[in-house]
Design a protein around this ligand. Structure first.
Ligand code: DQA
Length: 147
């Protein structure tokens, strides 16, 4: 089984980006956490970050027939990107939406996710610890465990 972890805009700045909100872990730290979790779960991992909406759409297309599911922190595109939502629907890749922060406890414009309705579930508000939670939940979902 192979899982892709996609990270959207500004997440390359984690570690220095508003650490009071997003924590002190860098994206490299998060990748290491994901790789350790994937090894524990016995799955292969593909990990990428892009600041570009189209590159994230392309990543979904490239994952078709290669990955079994996706964990995505779409960053601000969560709230705006119909193209990303359409990519999830079009590829039919089981996808978990993830956020480091609890977006519902923040500005109103972060309360709405355009991708949530086409995702299998959401993990938010647990910082970097959300990544292993999301990977574990997605693998269990793919293996057919009931929620
Ligand atoms: C975020 C929340 C988004 O609202 C924001 O635009 C981000 C990060 C999070 O992980 O908490 O870039 O996705």
């Amino acid at each position: 089984m192979k899982i892709s972890v996609f990270n959207g805009p500004n997440l390359n700045l984690l570690g220095t980006r508003e650490p009071g909100i997003y924590g002190a872990d860098t994206l490299a730290d998060i990748e290491a956490i994901c790789r350790a979790t994937a090894a524990d779960l016995g799955v292969d991992l593909d990990f990428l970050q892009s600041n570009h909406e189209g590159a994230l759409v392309d990543a979904f297309h490239a994952a078709r027939g290669v990955s079994d599911g996706v964990v995505i922190n779409a960053g601000a595109y969560t709230h705006t990107s119909i193209a990303l939502r359409d990519a999830i629907s079009a590829t039919q890749l089981p996808t978990v939406e993830l956020h480091l922060s609890n977006t519902h406890a923040r500005e109103e414009f972060r309360h709405h996710s355009v991708i949530a309705p086409v995702c299998v579930g959401l993990i938010l508000g647990f910082g970097a610890r959300g990544y292993p939670l999301a990977l574990t939940a997605l693998v269990q979902h793919l293996k057919g465990s009931t929620p």
